[in-house]
Ligand binder design. Structure first.
Ligand code: ATP
Length: 133
């Protein structure tokens, strides 16, 4: 089976690198499945899970937005933040979820940045979901 090199990098440094048979991820335009030999492309990413599939195994990485760059032999994910499933602190994500929900709830009374709280909630929900995989 052919493989493609994938690297996940954040401003804090590299998070993950391996050779996989398929990369599946959520671009702003929708779900993308990338196989070796894919045509070159660049796409902005949603907050979501990156799935790395090799030999029937799937590895999950939580990605908090960023850019996907595809070349025929290499996929680069330049993410604002990214965590491999087993390195996610679920308690922290649950607390972040609660904080964001409280902010969204209070936003009518106070002048709270709604979009910012909504993105924080999405990041927390994504981490909770990926940690459970
Ligand atoms: P929090 O409010 O808990 O900091 P956040 O969504 O604001 O959450 P980010 O700004 O997206 O956090 O990330 C800051 C750094 O902390 C990044 O390096 C990210 O990978 C890491 N991080 C955030 N939440 C978690 C988590 N639940 N488990 C592991 N690492 C996390």
């Amino acid at each position: 089976m052919k493989t493609i090199k994938v690297s996940v990098v954040t401003p804090d440094g590299p998070v993950y690198e391996s050779d996989v048979e398929m990369v599946s991820t959520k671009a702003l335009s929708g779900e993308l499945g990338i196989l070796p030999g894919h045509i070159p492309m660049v796409a902005p990413l949603q907050i979501g899970a990156v799935r790395l599939i090799t030999g029937g195994n799937t590895k999950y990485i939580a990605v908090s937005g960023g850019l996907l760059e595809v070349r025929p032999d290499q996929v680069s994910i330049l993410a604002e933040a990214a965590e491999v499933a087993d390195s996610i602190d679920v308690d922290r994500a649950l607390k972040a979820k609660e904080r964001a929900e409280q902010r969204l709830h209070a936003q009518k009374q106070e002048n709270i940045d709604y979009k910012r709280a909504e993105l924080a909630l999405q990041r927390a929900l994504n981490r909770i979901s990926v940690a459970g995989k």
